[in-house]
Design a protein around this ligand. Structure first.
Ligand code: NDP
Ligand code: OXD
Length: 310
């Protein structure tokens, strides 16, 4: 069995190979080399792979994406339509996303942003007791990540809802689905958390019309993808007061260009696509387990439905 790694942006590909080799001692591993020959690889393990990989390696049985979101892989024009695409399922990312969301939520709900301002002016001032029932949280996307985020937030007693494509039932979470369910979901949501996958249906979903359906002074946390957000609509909503704060981890262009208005906006917090890091040990264990099952002719979870884009 030959496994090819093409992990764009990670100079430590050898560490992935070492970890996979330890679990699959009989397998052969290679790192993608644009100038190299065809390897007749059986599996590819990738992140934003080059288009040439799929024209050269035509015998692949499956491609593993070392992230939850497959938008960067599905957009590769040479990706064969029938090639199974398998993404990471949680693999330690959901708990990180929950931590990130709670931290961003508490900027407002526990007044941390306000206290920073008071510290800057040397003021000892206790703000009114926070009312948890007024900090309604709504999570767009109730998959591997969104569900964990919603459950974590609900666990702290915030009234929590979630929105998905198909109807879902989750204890302690008010659930909404489909376009018909969106207006009622937005109307009850003060803090909107986006953990949708990027698909043709969800691109630009965070726009002026959506912001207008949130209660005035709402907060946005975007940990999905930059292409979900219409940047100018966010700036306009913050300037008008329709939105009060935004915490953004993902951007249309990454790294976020130095001259982008988000960097300096007083109501925006920027982090460099780090809400959840891919954890090598967890990811390798998951991928190796799936390769073993595929080799045994069994089915595996996390297979992307190409028609719906996630
Ligand atoms: P899943 O595929 O497990 O879940 C996707 C969820 O989104 C499902 O609940 C699905 O609905 C819902 N959904 C998809 N399309 C629509 C739609 N058109 N309308 C309403 N709901 C929709 O994905 P994950 O939870 O694993 O990951 C979600 C995304 O989070 C990733 O694609 C990635 O973009 C982002 N991410 C970002 C990270 C970061 O560091 N910033 C790290 C990890 C992930 P249904 O349940 O009906 O299928
Ligand atoms: C992912 C990501 O999709 O890191 O896993 O953004």
């Amino acid at each position: 069995m030959h496994i090819l790694l093409a992990i764009t942006g990670d100079p430590k590909a050898q560490r992935w190979i070492d970890a996979m080799q330890a679990a699959l001692p009989d397998a052969r591993f290679s790192v993608w080399d644009a100038a190299g020959p065809a390897l007749d690889a059986d599996y590819a393990v990738v992140w934003h792979p080059p288009a040439a990989l799929f024209t050269r390696e035509t015998g692949l049985r499956a491609v593993f994406n070392i992230g939850a979101g497959v938008d960067g892989l599905l957009s590769v024009p040479t990706l064969p339509a029938e090639l199974p695409v398998i993404r990471l399922e949680d693999a330690g990312m959901s708990v990180q996303m929950a931590e990130y969301t709670l931290h961003a939520l508490w900027e407002g709900a526990r007044d941390f942003a306000a206290y920073r301002g008071l510290q800057a002016s040397g003021e000892w001032k206790v703000l009114p007791v926070p009312r948890r029932d007024q900090w309604t949280v709504g999570v767009l996307g109730l998959g591997q990540v969104g569900r964990k985020v919603a459950e974590a937030v609900a666990g702290f007693g915030y009234p929590t809802a979630g929105w998905s494509r198909t109807p879902r039932e989750i204890p302690d979470i008010e659930t909404f689905s489909g376009q018909d369910g969106l207006p009622a979901f937005l109307a009850r949501t003060k803090v909107l958390v986006n953990v949708l996958p990027l698909t043709p249906d969800t691109r630009d979903v965070l726009n002026a019309s959506l912001f207008a359906q949130l209660p005035k002074g709402a907060h946005l946390i975007n940990v999905g993808r930059g292409e979900h957000l219409v940047d100018d609509d966010l700036l306009a909503a913050l300037d008008s007061g329709q939105l009060a704060r935004a915490t953004l981890d993902v951007f249309r262009t990454e790294p976020l260009p130095k001259d982008h208005a988000f960097w300096r906006h007083p109501a925006i917090t920027v982090t460099p696509h780090t809400a959840a890091r891919t954890l090598r040990a967890e990811s390798v264990a998951q991928i190796v387990g799936k390769i073993r099952r595929l080799q045994a002719g069994e089915s595996v979870g996390g297979q992307v439905e190409r028609g719906r884009g996630y």
